[in-house]
Design a protein around this ligand. Structure first.
Ligand code: HEM
Length: 418
């Protein structure tokens, strides 16, 4: 039988939760460990979110879309100010629920059509390109014996890859990366009103960029994912509208690289810090796929995700009202000792590493998971073969974007023997 959690515990942990500043931002795991042991759920009055800490509860929430809706997953964490809202509307921003933030049956239709376009063939065909782009970055930017692996490799590589998938020219990388950063801070951070006004302009430009791309492919289809989405058909299902395709492209222009830049950064950080693990993968590249799963478990690039209750529910002995916002701490679930033995230990041989929840679970399971895994594998294969003496520069302080959800170091200084 579940025990009721007392109100004081729920409130106290809520008061201690500050995802936008250190020490949580620098290392959330000590807080998560204590909070998870104390309570399955706490309430952050500051965010007005119920925060869920344990693996089995979070997995159950992902599996029960009727009671836990995905409609809030892309909403601003805090309401944006009227002036910024006005600028967004004026800038032509017209989002429509499609994949991430929609529920069945609408989600089921769009997901089926998107899956038809995002085929395993399309992903597998990306491998030579990912390898070539990695090799180019290594040869051009990693020759002096010192580098910042984020600036010189992980920052633009996933963007260049997803651009090829969507059919966008390489020279637009900086523009799209800037638009994605605006969106991250606006939707998952806590910007001031002045910052909001600046950020919404980047976001609206980012949306119009996606709209123009879709309009051009609707006129002249090509061999790319955007054109395939416009062409996708499945029996009697209504085809995707231009606005829906714009929304999917807009999603991928963000989800398709921010997350993977974070994964590559976290992987290199953790593997180089655990020297034995790095040396093992240098000696045997077949260990890389499981090492990537362990990085996703141990230090995920998506540490929290959202849902909303559609009715009053009870989670781990805590009663939660209908229409309540939930923040699901994936990073905490991934360290839950109920599922992962000795969870604070980074172990590239862990048998059940793949059970992490970093890519979601159930109907919304990450559409880009095969691509993210492919990119991380190729980068680790290339670097471990070309630069086995790679090591972290001692005494560096890592910095992270102040937000609830996306996590990866903003720079990672390394050196190696030349
Ligand atoms: C390490 C990299 C990545 C991580 C950690 C990650 C994580 C996630 C998570 C947590 C979800 C939500 C699951 C849910 O709501 O149940 C998701 C959904 C999604 N991801 Fe990823 N993702 C990554 C890479 C990518 C890439 C590379 C792409 C695109 C190429 C992508 C596209 C998507 C899309 C479209 C969805 C929504 C799917 C749906 O609602 O049906 N992601 N991802």
């Amino acid at each position: 039988m579940r025990t009721k959690v007392d109100g004081d515990t729920i409130v106290r942990w809520g008061e201690r939760f500050d995802p936008f500043h250190d020490p949580y931002l620098a290392d959330p795991y000590p807080f998560l460990e204590e909070a998870r042991a104390a309570t399955a759920v706490f309430y952050s009055a500051d965010l007005d979110y119920w925060v869920v800490t344990r693996y089995h509860d979070i997995r159950q929430i992902f599996q029960t879309p009727k009671r836990f809706s995905a409609t809030n997953t892309l909403a601003p964490l805090q309401p944006i100010c009227p002036a910024a809202g006005h600028l967004l509307a004026e800038g032509g921003f017209r989002p429509v629920p499609t994949l991430t933030n929609s529920d069945p049956p609408g989600h089921t239709r769009v997901r089926r059509l998107a899956t038809i376009a995002f085929t395993p063939r399309r992903v597998a065909a990306m491998e030579p390109l990912v390898r070539e782009l990695t090799a180019q970055s290594v040869e051009k930017r990693l020759s002096s014996g010192r580098a910042d692996l984020i600036r010189d490799l992980a920052w633009d590589l996933p963007a260049l890859v997803i651009f090829r998938v969507l059919g966008i020219p390489d020279e637009d990388v900086a523009r799209v990366k800037a638009g994605a950063e605006s969106r991250l801070l606006l939707m998952w951070g806590r910007p001031t009103e002045d910052d909001q006004i600046r950020l919404v302009q980047g976001m609206a430009a980012f949306w119009r960029y996606a709209e123009m791309l879709v309009a051009s492919r609707a006129e002249h289809g090509r061999d790319d994912f955007t054109s395939d989405l416009l062409r996708a058909r499945d029996g009697d299902l209504p085809a995707l509208t231009h606005q829906e395709v714009t929304q999917i492209v807009y999603e991928l222009l963000f989800a398709g690289h921010e997350t993977t830049t974070g994964l590559i950064g976290n992987a290199l950080r953790r593997l180089l810090a655990a020297r034995d693990a790095w040396e093992e993968i240098c000696g045997d590249s077949s260990l890389i796929p499981n090492a990537i799963e362990e990085v996703l478990r141990f230090d995920s690039s998506v540490i929290a995700w959202r849902r909303k209750t559609t009715e009053a529910v009870e989670i781990g002995g805590v009663s939660i009202p209908a229409d309540a916002n939930l923040l699901l701490l994936l990073g905490s679930a991934n360290h839950d000792p109920a599922v992962f033995e000795n969870p604070e230990h980074f172990d590239i041989h862990r048998q059940n590493a793949k059970e992490h929840l970093s890519l979601g679970f159930g109907a919304h399971y990450c559409l880009g998971a095969p691509l993210a895994r492919l990119e991380a594998r190729v980068v680790l294969e290339e670097l471990s073969t070309r630069l086995p003496s790679l090591r972290l520069t001692p005494e560096q302080t890592l910095h992270f974007q102040p937000n609830t959800t996306f996590r990866g170091p903003l720079s990672l200084l390394v050196e190696w023997d030349i």
